[in-house]
Design a protein around this ligand. Structure first.
Ligand SMILES: [Zn+2]
Length: 117
């Protein structure tokens, strides 16, 4: 599963706005869904509202664990990438920008991690 940068950015933005990451994933792109303060559930990738149909609980739980593990791994990779980039650049503005992205990603990763426990 490849997660585009803008999906991660969008997810981070949703969290900042007070949205909650759900255990459910988007049926299209398998990315965790977010519940907005308004109660709407949206996918950060397709940017559309999602309506749930209940499926077999156990199967769903297993799939979700797998998916969030994959997502966590993807985010870890991104964090590594940014760390590597940071060590090579000297422009303070650029470093600051990367540092912000890094802290957002770490936040996101922690949130996913907590969900799994
Ligand atoms: Zn989607």
């Amino acid at each position: 599963m490849v997660i585009r940068d803008e999906v991660i950015k969008k997810s981070a933005e949703l969290l900042r706005l007070g949205a909650i990451m759900l255990n459910e994933c988007c049926p299209e792109c398998k990315i965790p869904l977010f519940k907005l303060k308004s109660g709407e559930i949206i996918c950060p990738s397709c940017e559309r509202k999602v309506i749930f149909v209940k499926t077999d609980e156990e199967e769903k739980e297993l799939l979700e664990t797998l998916k969030s593990a994959q997502l966590e791994e993807e985010i870890s990779k991104k964090i590594e990438e940014i760390r590597n980039k940071m060590s090579k650049i000297e422009n303070p503005e650029e470093i600051e920008k990367l540092a912000r992205t890094l802290s957002t990603l770490i936040d996101l990763k922690e949130k996913i991690h907590r969900k799994k426990i």
